[in-house]
Write a protein that binds this ligand. Structure first.
Ligand SMILES: Nc1nc2c(ncn2[C@@H]2O[C@H](COP(=O)(O)OP(=O)(O)OP(=O)(O)O)[C@@H](O)[C@H]2O)c(=O)[nH]1
Ligand SMILES: [Mg+2]
Length: 471
């Protein structure tokens, strides 16, 4: 199978606008913090769409007429967004020794065209229609930077320094804090000073990386663009770090230069993302790896809760919201949150997983006073199902267990993974190593199957994201 490039230039631009007017393109943005499952979601979604006979039944929303899908095809996006390498990634998953995708730190996209017609009713006599489904993969870390745009350099610095007074950040922050305190930020800015700034910025970024990595898995880390710089890597607007407030920042000082770069970061990095990309998204799915957060303990879990509050800010439209700085019109009309890697727990626990994410999102909504007509929908998802649920008799009880190949093993095992709580655990409930959900490897032999990739919940998510777009 090949990917058909969409023609660029004026005619394609006009066709693009016409398609949009006709509601024939739906641009779905896929995000989530790193390793939440974005790339796998896009691989599997494209794969399901390219197996049209196995897609869920769609109906025309106004009339209930059935939709017949005549064929689907892969395209490149018509704009300048780098292509999502679907075929390459699928090949790796389907290899005799399957490999998960490598981490990605920038925006990428792919388009699937769905040719269809309505069955019965007047329109069946008309011509076929095409719905273009654009899927864009971008790091959720970028959404964490929206609140920064409402802060001064001093206010933002104080927020970060306050966070660093608590564990585990306090211990992890020692190196950059020591270096930052050793710098005279009131000194005149010079090439030598710039060298020192770069060094401290690197130490600060390493601190964020350590917070994000094993075993902490913290989520609320700013600026998210330091962790996922994408095309801004190494540029000046990313070259600053938080500094304690100064009585008077003299013109030409290091402090004044850091402040200037911070302001440039707000406009040229965060602003550019919201203006150039976010403003064009029609629908958004946010992937949340609740299971890894449970495994990592109470601090990580609470941190993820805080990150969810910040992520929701990007969907709070209105004249006074932070978003109104970048665009005026509300475009995203559907917002889905999905708990990923649901195959790490047996099927009977999916209801709890869903309820847990629902409560987390509801708590985030309540905390930030999110009262939008855009009500988040909650789903449970495994883009690539790596396990099977089986019932096992144990000491007179029936236990739902998982069969699959856990990471570090070479053969299938049957494991009882423990239970997912339906609500966030209270302080007493956390206990030592309370949760220990295992990671499973992709199934072998996917390449020889004519079936689409095995999944959990993708059909429901697809119905929700594109079902009403068949006209
Ligand atoms: N068992 C299982 N593991 C999954 C699934 N989806 C993702 N994973 C695991 O999660 C890891 C990250 O998945 P990706 O799709 O690369 O996640 P991402 O959000 O694109 O990650 P970054 O690009 O690093 O931000 C994979 O390497 C797998 O280990 C799934 O459906 N089932
Ligand atoms: Mg990725």
């Amino acid at each position: 199978m090949s990917v058909v490039p969409e023609k660029s230039g004026r005619s394609s631009h006009l066709r693009e606008r016409w398609n949009r007017l006709q509601d024939r393109t739906v641009r779905i943005a896929v995000t989530g913090l790193s390793q939440s499952g974005k790339t796998n979601f896009i691989i599997s979604t494209v794969n399901q769409l390219l197996h049209p006979t196995r897609l869920p039944r769609f109906v025309r929303p106004e009339t209930g007429e059935k939709i017949e899908i005549l064929g689907t095809r892969l395209f490149q996006l018509p704009d300048q967004i780098p292509p999502f390498p679907y075929l390459e990634l699928l090949e790796s998953l389907q290899h005799a020794s399957p490999a998960w995708p490598l981490p990605t730190d920038r925006l990428r996209g792919v388009r699937v065209g769905i040719r269809y017609r309505t069955l019965g009713g007047l329109l069946s006599k008309g011509s076929d229609r095409i719905l273009y489904v654009d899927l864009l993969d971008y790091p959720g870390e970028w959404l964490l930077d929206l609140p920064i745009t409402g802060l001064t350099f001093q206010a933002w610095s104080e927020t970060v320094l306050e966070q660093c007074r608590h564990e585990p950040r306090q211990s992890l922050a020692q190196e950059w804090l020591l270096a930052a305190r050793g710098m005279n930020v009131m000194a005149p800015f010079s090439v030598e000073q710039d060298h020192a700034v770069q060094r401290i910025q690197r130490l600060y970024t390493q601190f964020l990386q350590r917070c994000k990595a094993e075993p902490y898995h913290l989520s609320y880390l700013q600026p998210g663009f330091f962790l996922m710089p994408g095309r801004h890597e190494g540029t000046l607007p990313l070259n600053f770090f938080p500094v304690p407030a100064q009585d008077e920042a003299t013109k030409g000082s290091v402090y004044a230069e850091l402040e200037r770069r911070f302001e440039a970061f707000k406009k040229q990095v965060v602003g550019a993302f919201y203006r150039d990309h976010f403003a064009a998204f029609d629908r958004q799915i946010v992937l949340v790896d609740v299971i890894t957060a449970l495994n990592s303990g109470p601090e990580t879990f609470r941190d993820m809760q805080k990150a969810l509050e910040v992520v929701l800010e990007s969907f709070r439209y209105g004249r006074n919201g932070l978003l109104s700085r970048f665009f005026s019109r509300n475009r995203i009309d559907k917002l889905v949150f999905a708990a990923t890697k649901a195959d790490h727990v047996p099927t009977p626990q999916h209801a709890n997983l869903r309820a847990l994410l629902d409560t987390m999102v509801e708590n985030a909504r309540a905390t930030i006073g999110f009262k939008s007509a855009l009500r988040p929908e909650i789903q449970v998802l495994s883009s690539l199902r790596c396990t099977e649920t089986i019932e096992v008799e144990h000491e007179g009880h029936r236990l739902s267990c998982l069969k699959g190949v856990p990471e570090g093993c070479h053969e299938q095992r049957i494991l009882y993974p423990g239970e997912v709580p339906a609500t966030p655990p209270s302080s007493d409930e956390w206990g030592r190593d309370r949760f220990d959900f295992k990671v499973f490897l992709p199934p072998v032999g996917l390449g020889s199957s004519r079936e689409p990739l095995p999944h959990i919940g993708l059909d429901l998510i697809l119905r929700s994201l594109i079902g009403d777009k068949f006209q």
